[in-house]
Ligand binder design. Sequence first.
Ligand SMILES: *Cc1c(COP(=O)(O)O)cnc(C)c1O
Length: 426
Amino acid sequence: MGINERIKSAAAFEQAQKVIPGGVNSPVRALKSVGTTPLFVREAKGAYFTDIDDNRIIDFCMSWGVFILGHNNAKVSQAAVDAVNRGSSYGIPTLAETTLAEKVREAIPSMERLRFVNSGTEATMSAIRVARGYTGRDILVKFEGNYHGHADHLLVSAGSGVANISNASSAGVPTDFVKHTAVLPYNDVEALRNYFAENGDNVAALILEPVACNMGVVVPTEEFLKTAREVTEKCGAILIFDEVITGFRLSRGGAQQRFGITPDMTTVGKIVGGGFPAAAFGGRADIMKVLAPEGPVYQAGTLSGNPVAMAAGIETLTQLSRPGFYEELEVKSDAFIAKLEKIIEGKGIQLNRCGSMFTMFFNDKSVRNFQDTKRSNQERFARYFRNMLSRGIYVSPSQFEGNFISETHTPEILDYVLKSIAESID
Ligand SMILES: *Cc1c(COP(=O)(O)O)cnc(C)c1O
């Protein structure tokens, strides 16, 4: 296929860098770790986006997993436009907030009560505050390589964009702010048991990605998730599933439905806002009761429950509740993954996958935790990324991120992608 030279995007990046640090509003977008510069998008539809140099590109990043229905779904966009035409924010309750909350709870029944915020970062930050307020304890336990947004107390060995920076935690975060955060290795049942045996009674919450996606896709063992449930229950700590990426992705009810494990609290984001800034945190009614105005834990937001985002979320969840939606997505993903497995056989690549999300690690050994991911070959991945791009395919620009198959990725598109992968790995 071959794509046009990115002349306009290069100029746009120059201009952006003069006013926006690094030219981007989120670091991984800069494409620095894959040795190139960003494409600037003009528009998107279905499985494609078009950049300002008129390249029509197949997207596997899909706004980091937001667009399970594809970009610019006609009904979702129309719902948002209709909402804008009625006024885009009031700071006063609307019916849409209750409607979307009911739809979320219907899909994820463990979210007995929930509240909307504007980003996944806010959702996890708020869930943790609620857990601390409810338990009266301070310690938060997280896993290495799991990403829960960029709140201060969570920037400890974070994955995703931060994993590409040599220092795992961020400058600008006082040591005192992270002193109540403990970090354990993912998928390590023994470390989890040992930690809770010693410190469990002081733990407010254990937060985890029930399938890790922000260090690349890393699937938990069943025993690991079971143990997380068991040790928290035993000592009265709150188990928080951060389903910002897995919610409405791995099944209608997220990872908790897929694996049959019920957390005390859950955060969702990305898909739930239908492409607009919305996320939610929620859980057991008795826990959520501690939130103001009912209880003593403060949390608020000028644009929280924004009517445009609610309208897009409602339409998205309505389409996702169509019988067979997830089964079809799974079957299509199964077929793609089976072919991909053959292509990469003997090539020193680990294919990690759950449902419609997957990562190819350029790594000789299986990848089960963050330390494993770090042994992956960066240069080889960077070459692969650039080779794919030259064939008109935008895979997630880091092997520490997921790729996402949407409803609009047709078997024809996927076959072209497979052929391109075969040509792009060395
Ligand atoms: C994306 C993500 C977040 C952060 O959400 P933002 O909307 O980017 O703040 C938190 N947790 C997980 C698991 C995520 O994938």
